[in-house]
Design a protein around this ligand. Structure first.
Ligand SMILES: Nc1ncnc2c1ncn2[C@@H]1O[C@H](COP(=O)(O)OP(=O)(O)OP(=O)(O)O)[C@@H](O)[C@H]1O
Ligand SMILES: Nc1ncnc2c1ncn2[C@@H]1O[C@H](COP(=O)(O)OP(=O)(O)OP(=O)(O)O)[C@@H](O)[C@H]1O
Lengths: 215, 215
């Protein structure tokens, strides 16, 4: 089973560590701030206060033996870069680093980050897309020109079946699920009816999906 | 056309404002920090330095006339809550607020936030899921227990058709698309073949999806 370490217990790092622990994995959580270490003490396998730019401390923690280390130090760009460099030089197989900007990301890649993530930037784009089309509840770009939307159906769809609406043949749209209240019906059938108040989870090409959007 | 304001130009707020502008909408960008306002000056329709907890300033900006205001003040919980309260009391139709914790989120809802977002928390969960199953490239939870994954297919699927694999009937999994190199085939047919090197975009219940994951 893979062993994980998360360095930097801000909101993102805390969420990574907590989710990994919930999925049943061993997680070493590290932060220079005692209070943040305390918060993860019950959740992580080990929670340690340390300045991660200190090579000696990292050696003592045996960090080179971890399969994956997440460097989620946000505002201190220098520390984020140094820690990433040190980890790769020590031979850690996979280092995932959080970046706050394009420039930060380029430096992280240069010092060996295997992967860079942009939580705030990516979520900002998603929120913006779904603010623009009011009936879009969630928007996720799966590939250039191909997206997943959660939408409230336009009124011309009320009380019609999926077959009647011909969504796949006429619109090129695949209805993955219908959410109604607290229920979710996955892979609905051709005779399922769409009702006012439903939330449809749909996928298709962006041009086709635009037909479902309401201003 | 809707008019948007973004208060708090951290990484998330900047991304929301930038994306809205790219989508062709008018955006008012507000921050108490001059430097951050400067960075958005070319991007936003208007970029203003202001302390958003100051009701007089918000009135001068005509903020009550905006359709949607995003409150993306992160670490200053008090400011984030006060601004949200003020906006709702002034009659702004839709206020989206960024929360840093569950507690923060509950207070925001109490003071009237129409929607609360958790960029770092949600992204942390996504990254954790895809670190755990090495062939998961992206993971998005669409609803409790129902997710979308982008995965590299396990080798037992190579050179078999979707029909042969019986993914929907046997596994309860819906293959939305097959990405091969730069091509993406959306809503593949029953006779489409899965090849080594493909990326499959699949949806289904979490228990069913687990069968596709490789350690
Ligand atoms: N040298 C270091 N060693 C260990 N931890 C560090 C070091 N430098 C910063 N940290 C920790 O990294 C954590 C995250 O940093 P910070 O809060 O600046 O990032 P952030 O991007 O705002 O986080 P998030 O957006 O995920 O909440 C902090 O808890 C901080 O104490
Ligand atoms: N009262 C206020 N009025 C206007 N802007 C404010 C106010 N208080 C804070 N801000 C601004 O909000 C912005 C975002 O806040 P902060 O950087 O603490 O959040 P954050 O959650 O770390 O951001 P992100 O994670 O999106 O980068 C900052 O640029 C800050 O200047």
């Amino acid at each position: 089973k893979k062993q994980f370490a998360v360095i930097g217990l801000g909101r993102f790092g805390t969420s990574v560590a907590t989710t990994l622990a919930q999925l049943g994995y061993d997680v070493l959580a590290v932060d220079s701030d005692e209070a943040r270490v305390e918060e993860l003490a019950e959740v992580a396998t080990h929670a340690v206060q340390a300045d991660a730019t200190d090579i000696e401390v990292l050696k003592q923690l045996g960090i080179r033996n971890f399969d994956v280390v997440v460097v989620s130090i946000g505002h201190n760009m220098e520390a984020s870069i140094l820690v990433t460099l040190i980890l790769k030089e020590m031979g850690v197989k996979q280092v995932i680093a959080k970046a706050g900007s394009e420039l930060h990301s380029r430096v992280l890649k240069r010092v060996g980050a295997d992967r860079v993530v942009f939580p705030e930037r990516d979520m900002g784009a998603r929120v913006a897309h779904n603010l623009v089309a009011s009936n879009i509840i969630d928007y996720i770009e799966l590939a250039p020109n191909y997206s997943l939307l959660e939408i409230t159906p336009p009124c011309e769809m009320f009380d019609k079946t999926i077959r009647e609406l011909n969504l796949r043949t006429d619109y090129g749209i695949n209805v993955l699920a219908i959410k109604r209240g607290n229920e979710i019906k996955v892979s609905p059938g051709a005779d399922d009816v769409i009702k006012k108040g439903d939330i449809l989870v749909v996928v298709g090409e962006n041009g086709d999906l635009k037909q479902l959007e309401e201003e």
